[in-house]
Design a protein around this ligand. Sequence first.
Ligand SMILES: Cc1ncc(COP(=O)(O)O)c(C=O)c1O
Length: 384
Amino acid sequence: MNSFNPPVRILMGPGPSDVHPRILEAMSRPTIGHLDPVFVGMMDEVKTMLQYVFQTENPLTMPVSAPGSAGMESCFVNLVEPGDEVIVCRNGVFGSRMLENITRCGGKAIMVDDAWGKAIDPQKLEDALKANPNAKIVAFVHAETSTGALSDAKTLCDIAHQHNCLTIADTVTSLGGVELRVDDWGIDAIYSGTQKCLSCTPGLSPVSFSDAALEAIKSRKTPVQSWFLDLNLVMGYWGENAKRAYHHTAPINALYGLHEALVMIKEEGLENAWARHAKHHLALRAGLEAMGITFVVDEADRLPQLNAVNIPDGVDDAAVRTQLLNEFGLEIGAGLGEMAGKIWRIGLMGTACSQRNVMLCLSALETALGTSGGVEAAATHYKG
Ligand SMILES: Cc1ncc(COP(=O)(O)O)c(C=O)c1O
């Protein structure tokens, strides 16, 4: 056995996205104890910067020591008790994962479906809440990674609150890439991931809980069935004024990486990061459309960081992706679930969201598809 040396790739799929060298360098710094006062000081900074990227003052804002799926589970296991009715707005793969979580918590999931590729229809949520007056929670995916659709989180939260429901939002793909305002929009429990628009390595899940969510957790009638994710226990380590009691050994170097990623977003400015994602998406769009490639999602609901496009007729999905990987070191994503074989998912996430990558991707696609016009259209777009 030899050391593992991965090839250098450019990651333009649905995530993970390219990790900035500054973040990798931060992660290689010396490991110190997870209760070391210096480390605890860094944890506080991570919390403060997460509050910034989430646009919240929630004291209970922290990274769960596991990937986005654990952040998802953290929200559901803490808020859903056996017998609770939870409305899930589903418009892609990740809504079905919510259903799985709720069922395993002993809750009753009420599914409100929209077509894949469409944003969630607020009217359907309103109707479902009227038909299910005992519903306690409304859950939805803000940015559906399987289709590239962005939903109107503020409107969904407003409707949920009018019916006295708490809200759970999946923002794994949206955080850092599009506007997201936890407090202004009234999101009660939110989870995300580090491997997309934060440009960090996978394996951590930023979460945040409102006071109302915290109140619900504290007044549970039954204990949370997951020991590791029980926030009542986790708060002893991450919580406000916590004595930082041992709960689990924190992923120390991974947290150095997240700290650096957050410092970089602070330096750029959150709104500038959102604007950068929008800018390069428009250039990529100009190029793709010039090549005759069409988008899955209506223009108004498109995620700039996840461009889902229809694979042109007669094109071999896997052969093109393999060619891009082998000849250009470029990874784009395949379709998931019912979209497998029908679409490509081209990510422009975090540090990978750049003019260089837009031009490279278009040039690689021109070669693989034997077409032209994409690079030129994007270049014209950039010239304004
Ligand atoms: C919308 C959404 N939710 C949840 C997840 C799960 O995150 P992870 O793979 O980090 O566990 C993903 C991952 O791609 C996602 O895109």
